[in-house]
Design a protein around this ligand. Sequence first.
Ligand SMILES: Cc1cc2nc3c(=O)[nH]c(=O)nc-3n(C[C@H](O)[C@H](O)[C@H](O)COP(=O)(O)OP(=O)(O)OC[C@H]3O[C@@H](n4cnc5c(N)ncnc54)[C@H](O)[C@@H]3O)c2cc1C
Length: 504
Amino acid sequence: MSTKPHVGIIGAGFSGLRCADILVQSGARVTILEARDRIGGRVHQEVVGSHLVDLGPNWIHGTGENPIISIADATQTVAHDPEGRNISISRDGHLLGEDVVTKAEEFMWTTIGQAFEYSKQHGDTIPPERSLYDFFQEKLEQSDFSEEEKHLCLDSCKLWGAYVGDPIERQSLKFFCLEECIDGDNFFVASTYKRILEYVSRNVLSQADIRFKQAIVSIDAPPRNDAQSRHQITVATVTGERYSFDKVVVTCPLGWLKQNAEAFSPVLPIRLLEAIHSISYGRLEKVYVTFPRAFWHTPSINTNGQHAGSTSGSNPVKNPVFAQFLNPSYAEHPENIEWNQECISLAAMPTPYNHPTLLFYTYGPCSTHIVEQIASLDPHSSEYRKVLVGFFEPFYSRLPGYDITSPDCIPTAVMATRWQKDSYAGNGSYCNFQVGLTRADEDIEVLRSGAGVGSERGLWFAGEHTAPFEALGTTTGAYLSGERAAVQVCESLGLRISLYGVGD
Ligand SMILES: Cc1cc2nc3c(=O)[nH]c(=O)nc-3n(C[C@H](O)[C@H](O)[C@H](O)COP(=O)(O)OP(=O)(O)OC[C@H]3O[C@@H](n4cnc5c(N)ncnc54)[C@H](O)[C@@H]3O)c2cc1C
């Protein structure tokens, strides 16, 4: 029998994998219990058409001190700063002029920067009900824009909802600073997160015991009675298997904790429960639509005067990278729900990772609507395709180059994520901060500390919702939270911490 302390980690996402890695290197015996039949959690890829794509994250937020950037470098992952023209389609379905699009974009980014600052400086006095939307509106009122420009700008700003997974009307201004990421640019991971995941899991797969299809339904962590007797935490799976550990790290998503708080016995401290229930959980979903050819790209002219293939190379002026579709009057939808969409052209990625695919980011009630439409459909069925093509055709048909009679404009593959139907993803995407919150920063600190259940019961928490403030809701944050939880466990076990970095 091993005399090493035995640590159980629930979940094999980035937080669980990083936590396991450090614990193993620090001398613990580690067992990971994972509900799915794979590692990665919300970091996951699938093939759409013939292209590998990310279903969860595909951005790395911030090039500052960011371990995920270092891993991307170490694994020759191609992370790309997509530059080029952004286009915007008006409410009535017309391509907006470049000047007004640039103006709206500049306004949005300037105001976002101001909102971060304002929230940092005045967080204490900003009323909890004040939203990011209110802030945009006030700034527009103070501007010298025409009424038409103001409307366009506000419509455009609403697409910030795709960053947080919910409409900006419910985004707290008071805690908007918690959405700010690590400094530096944001990179799109053109070659997918696959190699990053392989790197994060490489030691764990060989040195920890990973058990798949082990959905945990109860965690019995009694308080320690005295320092002498052996203290054990028992967890049980949905199929009745039981495991006992010296310490347990729970990395289940915040959405899972909200729905399964009663899985813990004895009941979690009230302050921890308050924190779990107060922070909101977003609804970001992705939809990939692949075409035979990137019809929205203008064929570029080779030096010999011939038309080049439209998906190779990109002309930043002619070939749009991002397209915004402001709340459309041309697509039927409930009056009170914003139906706006944003997509990125994967044809604008560097070769060989470019392909004629549009990736739509859909969020809030609209994303819930889409997920509900396809929830019970087989992704290979014609009905599934019909629903998604029917939904997105009014949008992509507004892009330049669309020709209803051209086979190039008929999707060859379409796929939508359904994180909201995935209980192991917490039925959503990642944490966000809604209006009404009064102490979200403290809530996050409580989630990180576990309100004392670590030292009292040997129970620790990790996951993107427990990340450092500048990395909440991201892969970086998940990774760093796993690191932090591992340090907490090592300290409680008296283990010498082996906190090695990327490339060590
Ligand atoms: C659509 C979408 C887009 C995103 N975009 C980005 C982006 O561009 N950039 C970025 O940085 N981040 C992005 N994120 C967020 C990022 O994916 C997460 O922050 C990160 O992957 C979370 O890692 P984690 O370890 O905290 O949780 P997870 O990856 O969710 O890991 C938790 C693990 O626990 C398992 N589990 C859950 N319940 C149980 C149970 N009862 N028993 C056993 N196991 C269980 C799950 O199966 C999972 O494997 C996105 C997320 C989504 C959904």
